[in-house]
Design a protein around this ligand. Structure first.
Ligand code: ADP
Length: 191
């Protein structure tokens, strides 16, 4: 199994690079943001619980997020590996994910951090807003999400760095060049 995490601020290019990773390595993609959006859109019990928090750009509680993630992993017992996107966002989530992987006899091999500055991210999202119309891209919420990332979520990175599981890739530049860089990193992993 090959299990990866794609990590970066909103607008870092996680979606684009995730698509390529899934295709190249046959991974099962689990995006907690997409899952939460699905639940709110379909007005499920979980969706009703998290809607307000999501709309304000804050993080959903660890309990709820971890339970949802676990359920999703368990739905895919035959997966060749997983690509986690938007998760973990706290050290407690990272530890829960390690425990889950261990219980399956596997592990997280690497965290691929797409490094992009706050300024670049703000410019990109302004552009994306013209093309798509994601409710959580509204600028006040967006401010909150970007701040959440640069003030809180980044604190997960040292957890992986200390264990030699962090691969940082420059997320600014040509999309194909970034993909190649990621590919080099993943190919060099001992799986
Ligand atoms: P972004 O594009 O800002 O990176 P996502 O699409 O990953 O955001 O997630 C959208 C929203 O879903 C977040 O702002 C947050 O409210 C909630 N969410 C997603 N993943 C998590 C998580 N791992 N922990 C807590 N909340 C999460």
């Amino acid at each position: 199994m090959l299990n990866l995490i794609i990590f970066g601020p909103p607008g870092a290019g996680k979606g684009t690079q995730s698509e390529r990773l899934i295709e190249n390595y046959g991974l099962c993609h689990i995006s907690t943001g997409d899952l939460f959006r699905w639940h709110t859109k379909n007005d499920t019990e979980l969706g009703q619980k998290v809607k307000e928090i999501m709309d304000s750009g804050q993080l959903v509680s660890d309990d709820i997020t971890i339970a949802m993630l676990k359920e999703e992993v368990e739905k895919n017992p035959d997966a060749k590996g997983f690509l986690f996107d938007g998760f973990p966002r706290t050290v407690d989530q990272a530890k829960a994910l390690d425990n889950l992987m261990e219980s399956m006899g596997t592990k997280i091999h690497s965290v691929i951090e797409l490094k992009v500055t706050e300024e670049e991210v703000r410019q990109r999202i302004a552009k994306r807003k013209e093309l798509e119309n994601r409710v959580d891209d509204a600028s006040d919420k967006l401010d909150r999400r970007i701040s959440e990332y640069f003030n809180k979520t980044v604190h997960v990175l040292p957890y992986y760095e200390d264990q030699g599981r962090l691969s940082t890739v420059n997320g600014i530049g040509d999309i194909d060049d970034i993909s190649k860089e990621i590919d080099k990193t993943v190919s060099a992993l001992e799986v």
